[in-house]
Ligand binder design. Structure first.
Ligand code: BES
Ligand code: ZN
Ligand code: ZN
Length: 494
């Protein structure tokens, strides 16, 4: 979406809709922005009849003549004293969703003025509310069905906004392009978005993004590096595995360096411990961590962040074949540690163990953050709106929780209880890959912790939040694109 500005109401250009904000007041809706007299006159009717009260996200469209727009939308922002960026996102998301349905392509926005909030925050709430739901995955829809295709809002004019704030708006638009890039990858067919496809997306970033360098390992190189756990998971697939390192150097003089590591299982059947019907249908989204890593690097470069961040992902399918890795067998990974495979469906932690161990040893980062659709247990614990965070470092925890509340991509810290490590003990290997159902996401976290040594590390279990069955507020259905806004905000806090 393109954001532009007009200096005042009287200089605005024609559009499909003018959005006028209102607070919910004691006696009904109250104007949240200065309006011209003819506009207030037009709205007297609906306001005096109390057809519209200004509740958060409430919207009423009235038809007007003699204006630059044929329609005026009264938009409720709720109570003025309670306004937050998140509430603005939710309110303006209603505008974006209505525009999609009604196929409105260009809108004019009269922003509210609010004493308790900076213009920067106002712009953030409005823009993200408009941008985040403004997405539809229609690539696989047949042409004849395209008349049902929702229209994507193309242009929003922010009336009375200065150049600096407009530049901020454009940054949110850039960021949401990376979110949508991730959504397309996660929503795409598993047979299209293969490890090879993710590898070529990584290669493309090097070509299209400034200060980005991509290194790809093919199967031969992965064998040479002795990434035996990634290779074990890959045994059941006819497609080769991929290991990718994508470096963005936004601050070459600094040695500070964050690595984000993603789980890239392009389809998770469960392997020989096959998933039942009902649990496998969304498993094309099991590469959401790797997709987020690609989106984070793309966004960091597009926004010109003055930080160094490297994306790493390991990718393979977890399929079934005569060659499949087997429950009860023991494999050694990059770190040299041997792992007893207690369940082939716990494959994510295996490929991450190799990626984390490699990252610690070869990339020597200041900190690591991994993103992985790792356990069903985290969804049971926190639902589909909160990501599980496990970390060995309190500073990382604070920054990630802060980034979560700033972006609305909420994270909640969970413990890494030493007591539960007992469950991962194996009689025949250095460690066992699973430790029973209870506290499943914590045991997965404990398993990963074994491969990061003393490096500050945070694990984000996005199994509940990466792929959702219902659209909610400003989040579209299916792939959410989680992780991009969160980690970019985290990097900006460093
Ligand atoms: N990819 C799944 C986790 C998952 C579940 C992601 C639901 C998204 C939605 C992961 O590989 C898995 O199957 N984990 C197992 C671990 C168990 C065998 C210890 C699980 O959560 O059941
Ligand atoms: Zn699995
Ligand atoms: Zn998985």
């Amino acid at each position: 979406m393109n954001f532009v500005t007009a200096s005042s109401l009287s200089t605005r250009k024609s559009a499909d809709l003018l959005v006028i904000p209102f607070w919910k007041g004691k006696k009904g809706a109250e104007a949240a922005s200065a309006m011209e007299n003819p506009l207030s006159k037009l709205l007297e009717g609906p306001l005096s009849l109390r057809d519209f009260l200004g509740k958060e996200g409430e919207m009423l469209i009235v038809y007007a003549s003699g204006q630059s727009e044929k329609r005026l939308a009264l938009l409720g922002l709720g109570e003025c004293e309670k306004i937050t960026v998140e509430r603005l996102r939710r309110a303006y998301a209603q505008v974006a969703k209505t525009c999609q349905k009604q196929k409105f392509k260009e809108i004019n926005i009269l922003p509210p003025s609010c004493e308790g909030m900076s213009t920067e925050d106002l712009v953030r709430g409005i823009c993200e509310g408009l941008l985040l739901p403004n997405y539809a995955f229609t690539m696989l829809k047949h042409d004849s069905l395209k008349e049902n295709k929702p229209e994507i809002l193309a242009k929003a004019t922010l009336i009375g906004i200065n150049k600096q704030d407009l530049a901020k708006a454009q940054r949110y638009a850039t960021l949401s392009e990376s979110v949508n890039f991730v959504r397309d990858l996660v929503n795409g067919n598993a047979d299209d978005i293969t490890p090879q496809c993710l590898a070529s997306a990584a290669r493309d970033l090097e070509k299209t993004c400034k200060h980005v360098k991509t290194t790809l390992f093919d199967k031969k190189r992965i064998e040479k590096e002795k990434m035996g756990l990634l290779l074990a998971v890959n045994r059941g697939s006819f497609r080769d595995p991929v290991f990718a390192i994508i470096e963005y150097k936004g601050n070459p003089k600094s040695s500070d360096h964050t690595v984000v590591v993603g789980k890239g299982i392009t389809f998770d059947t469960g392997g020989l411990n096959l998933k039942p019907t009902g649990s496998m249908e969304t498993m094309k989204g099991d590469m959401a961590g790797a997709a987020a890593v690609l989106g984070i690097i793309q966004a960091a470069s597009a926004l010109g962040l003055k930080v160094n961040v490297t994306g790493v992902f390991a990718s393979t399918e977890n399929c079934i074949d005569a060659l499949s890795f087997k429950p009860g067998d023991v494999y050694a990974g990059y770190s040299g540690k041997t792992v007893e495979i207690s369940n082939t469906d716990a494959e994510g932690r295996l490929i991450l163990a190799d990626a984390l161990a490699y990252t610690v040893e070869k990339l020597k980062p200041s900190r690591i953050i991994d993103l992985a659709t790792l356990t069903g247990a985290v969804e049971i614990a926190l639902g589909d709106e909160i990501t599980g965070l496990m970390t060995n470092n309190d500073v990382l925890a604070d920054l990630l929780v802060r980034a979560g509340s700033e972006t609305g991509e909420k994270v909640w810290r969970l413990p890494l209880p030493e007591e539960y490590r007992e469950a991962l003990k194996s009689d025949i290997a250095d460690i066992k890959s699973t430790g029973g159902r209870a506290g499943g996401c914590l045991k997965a976290g404990l398993f990963l912790q074994d491969f990061v040594g003393k490096t500050p590390w945070a694990h984000l279990d996005i199994a509940g939040t990466a792929f959702v069955s219902e659209a909610k507020r400003y989040q579209p259905k299916y792939a959410t694109g989680i992780g991009v806004r969160l980690i970019i905000s985290f990097l900006e806090l460093l």
